[in-house]
Design a protein around this ligand. Sequence first.
Ligand code: PLP
Length: 426
Amino acid sequence: MRIIEQLESEVRSYVRSFPAVFDVAEGAFLYDEHGNRFIDFFAGAGTLNYGHNNPAITKAMIDYLSRNGIVHGLDKATVAKKNFLQKFHDTILVPRNLDYKVQFTGPTGTNAVETALKLARMVKRRSNIIAFTNGYHGLTMGALAVTGNDFYRDEHYGARVNADSMPYDGYFGPDINTIDYLRKFISDQSSGVDLPAAIIVETVQGEGGINIAGAEWLRQLEALCREYDILLIIDDIQMGNGRTGSFFSFEEAGIKPDMVTLSKSIGGGLPMALVLMRPELDQWKPGEHTGTFRGNNLAFVAATEALNYWDNGDFAEGVAYKGRIMEQLLGEIVGKHQELEIGLRGRGMVWGLDFGARPGFAGDVSREAFKNGLVIELAGAEDNVVKFLPSLTIDEETLREGMAIIDKVIGELQAQGAERRRGVSQ
Ligand SMILES: Cc1ncc(COP(=O)(O)O)c(C=O)c1O
């Protein structure tokens, strides 16, 4: 660890939350350099939906490398790319009746967001973009402008231009429909909010604290976009690839976004990002938006293999089944500790325990869980939400084992807190 602390920038982050030197990873497990085992409920922030070193994906990559398959190809035509596009078309787009063109961008999520925002502005010839409170879309300058959390922003970046923030679903509580609020701002030419080229939204805010947009809210948002000729961009970087149960997180709402950003798990664990767009929006001139690493052929191979999980409905069924287990076990924890006033939110296999009533408690849970062999991260503006994001391929036994660690840790922390409070009052 010394060389990392000595040489790596102060910006390093997860190494501080999870202070171990990891070496090997398999499925839902991580192992440190001493062979200690950890259950991974973080899954690379949603990158490892198919698990660490998924054997089928690894085999496909080894086979490809063994035959000297081209790894770097800029955006030249390659067999690996052709196969990916064919598989994506046949397995994902056609069965969902979605007619999108695919643009490969630089390999990380923020590259896809930058691309979508740029294209929306170019096509609509408007510069403003509307995003939502607590949204997270990445940290390069364009994406940062539509990211809510103050921690990542600094007015000196000058990154707040051409973007307005509006209240997400439930921002003012359950009784206020924030679409009405948004509609008022968009329809009133004196509201101070310019008609946007696009509205960008996550169906479930992952980094923002597992806040969930209702299906009806999403449908109203889509209708509003159609009414005012605004493009609807769904950022499915963290919630896509099956996290909520279906391949795209917006399927349940029955909406058809104009653009979709995908990254994280689309590459089967390797860096890859893309933008899906309605064909008529594909108005780029050849080479107008490029990037050296937008044709990661090894990721195409991994991604093509990963899409085999979507050949039939079994995988989605498994996610629904394990999601119900998560909901039930977390519900029991919430019920057991009513004095903690824990909020529970989630869909599919993404869940959050909100400890907002006890600032700092969520951080203690994550820290103690790690000591007990579980990697689990925090979310939300104040880091008050413990975020459950296991790989979707995790087996039931390991899932339950991880949940039992959380149950135990919360019980112990609560008992220690009660002890301390008794000590103070004596
Ligand atoms: C919804 C969403 N969009 C964009 C990003 C940015 O992706 P990346 O960190 O790969 O740039 C993230 C990352 O967590 C995300 O969750």
